[in-house]
Design a protein around this ligand. Structure first.
Ligand SMILES: Cc1cc2nc3c(=O)[nH]c(=O)nc-3n(C[C@H](O)[C@H](O)[C@H](O)COP(=O)(O)OP(=O)(O)OC[C@H]3O[C@@H](n4cnc5c(N)ncnc54)[C@H](O)[C@@H]3O)c2cc1C
Ligand SMILES: NC(=O)c1ccc[n+]([C@@H]2O[C@H](COP(=O)([O-])OP(=O)(O)OC[C@H]3O[C@@H](n4cnc5c(N)ncnc54)[C@H](O)[C@@H]3O)[C@@H](O)[C@H]2O)c1
Length: 462
């Protein structure tokens, strides 16, 4: 059979770009097919990078507004949304142009079109050409989902795309959902000066995290002035001349709230519906995600899937690892390690941040595994006290016999940075004793980690 390419990648985002780069390096004749008007993928254009640019601005603004606590006089710290927007656009344009250059560098062929399957080895492009490839990778990402909430589909709403592109301060915003996107951007909106109401279905915001950790973030959002409802059932959404309205059940009562704008943060879904997967012999899950084995192969072994369209998580470094793995496997390399989800690292960029790594209490209890746990609060730690960063705690979880570290949960200032103190130790299967032998500088936020480590070390010795 004659092929145009050894490895054809559908989608040039985080997963697809990295897979193509690795495949080309390994000598495969590679192409990336991407139909987007702007190259760069979700992370650069409408995900991680713009959101973290704006969240950092909101944090600086928040610190300036509470300057009095530090004995500073900053009479008025207010956002200049036109300037904030222009700065964000410039930063993102630079990142996107760098990525576009890499995609266009000639290391592999870049085809600016959308693709869908004709058969398991053939892709039809939106310009009507057909391409045949020996191996394929599906890396088409995700899209905003519009769940079946009565009225939602007929009511004008913003998704994260629009919130990340605001050049004015909205008077008020109703946020539907309490996941990562909802919490991060609700806090951004509140801190730039919007009145914000957040309506969450489950009893805790950030439902994938422990109740204790999400309670800390919830308190911080309430302290910022967000009106936050949990344990709700959304009944309907509608718009009228005065704005958008939501009706929901909360504690057995029907409640209504109105705001100028509606922000649908009810999740994302795999972007696979237009790919004609059936022609390739692939059956997606009901969520649209494509099932794969540990080498990212779909049930059709020469077709791989990676990133948001495959799951099980929607996190950039995992998308990159999956793409890398698929490319190596397609190149015939067999001494490979699958992605190790027991090391999963997760960061929520609210303030305080919430970061976790490895196996946590809920998961270990579910599997009947014994473990030791110890935690220490930031409001009793010198460096955080002098920084007025009193929310949250550090928690360490270890195996009881030797004290091998299984996981950690940090809620607090810069938790997303601090959690990396556990990345290498977890990957290297270190014990609490190994970590206690390492130097910890004083006074730093990071040295707080030594307190739960010491407590676990004592428990192991006993
Ligand atoms: C607001 C927000 C903030 C986020 N923040 C973070 C964060 O801080 N940290 C983190 O780890 N993750 C974050 N994420 C998640 C992260 O952005 C995604 O997990 C990641 O970008 C997914 O990469 P991907 O390669 O799977 O998909 P994408 O980057 O979406 O790439 C898919 C590509 O496929 C192309 N495509 C689609 N259909 C076709 C087709 N039929 N033919 C050809 N090409 C096609 C698209 O044009 C696109 O370029 C965030 C997400 C959002 C929405
Ligand atoms: N910091 C980060 O790493 C980061 C930041 C943003 C997004 N992301 C990734 O993007 C993905 C998408 O995030 P997200 O926040 O959009 O989705 P999500 O799935 O995390 O949250 C969706 C929220 O909507 C609620 N919901 C869904 N359907 C509902 C319904 N019918 N009625 C009421 N509530 C409903 C859920 O309970 C949940 O609170 C995440 O998986 C995350 O990994 C990561």
């Amino acid at each position: 059979m004659k092929f145009d390419f050894d490895f054809l990648v559908l989608g040039g985002g985080s997963a697809g770009f990295n897979a193509a780069r690795v495949a080309a390096d390994l000598g495969l004749k590679t192409a990336v097919v991407d139909g987007a008007r702007h190259l760069g993928g979700l992370c650069i254009l409408r995900g991680c990078m713009p959101s973290k640019t704006l969240l950092y601005v909101a944090e600086v603004l928040h610190l300036a507004q509470k300057a009095k606590v530090f004995g500073l006089r900053i009479p008025s710290a207010t956002p200049d949304m036109k300037a904030i927007h222009a700065r964000k656009k410039k930063i993102i344009a630079d990142f996107a142009s760098y990525r576009a250059q890499a995609l266009e560098s000639g290391q592999f062929e870049l085809i600016r079109a959308n693709g869908s399957f004709v058969d398991p080895h053939t892709i039809e492009l939106s310009d009507d050409r057909q391409l045949r490839a020996k191996h394929m990778l599906i890396a088409t990402g995700s899209k905003v989902s519009v769940p079946n909430v009565p009225g939602l589909a007929d009511t004008p709403f913003w998704s994260s795309d629009e919130v990340l592109d605001l050049d004015f301060v909205p008077e008020s915003v109703l946020v539907l959902g309490g996941g990562i996107v909802a919490c991060e951007l609700a806090q951004f909106l509140r801190r730039i000066g919007s009145r914000v109401i957040l309506v969450q279905r489950s009893l805790n915001i950030l439902r994938d995290h422990s109740a204790a950790a999400s309670a800390v973030v919830e308190q911080a959002l309430r302290d910022d002035g967000i009106e936050l409802f949990t344990g709700t059932h959304l009944q309907r959404v509608w718009s009228d001349s005065r704005g958008v309205n939501v009706e929901f059940l909360c504690n057995g009562k029907v409640r209504r709230r109105r705001a100028a704008h509606l922000f649908n943060a009810l999740g994302r879904q795999a972007n696979t519906t237009s790919l004609n997967l059936r022609a390739a012999g692939i059956r997606p899950r009901i969520t649209g995600q494509i099932p794969t084995n540990r080498w990212q192969q779909t049930r059709v072994p020469h077709i791989y899937a990676a990133g948001d369209c495959a799951g099980p998580v929607e996190i950039v470094h995992v998308a990159i690892q999956q793409g890398d793995l698929a490319a190596r496997h397609a190149a015939g390399i067999r001494k490979l390690k699958p992605v190790d989800y027991s090391l999963l690292l997760n960061v929520v960029f609210t303030d305080p941040q919430l970061a976790t790594i490895g196996r946590l209490e809920r998961d270990l209890e579910r599997h009947g595994r014994k473990f030791l746990v110890a935690s220490y609060p930031f409001n009793d730690h010198g460096k955080s006290i002098l920084m007025e960063a009193n929310y949250g705690y550090v928690k360490v979880i270890a195996e009881p016999r030797r004290g091998r570290i299984l996981g950690a949960e940090i809620v607090g200032k810069d938790a997303g940075e601090l959690i990396h103190a556990f990345s290498a130790p977890l990957a290297m299967r270190a014990t609490v004793f190994d970590l206690l032998r390492a130097p910890w500088y004083h006074p730093t936020l990071a040295e707080i980690i030594t307190y739960p480590l010491e407590e676990i070390a004592e428990q192991v010795k006993r």
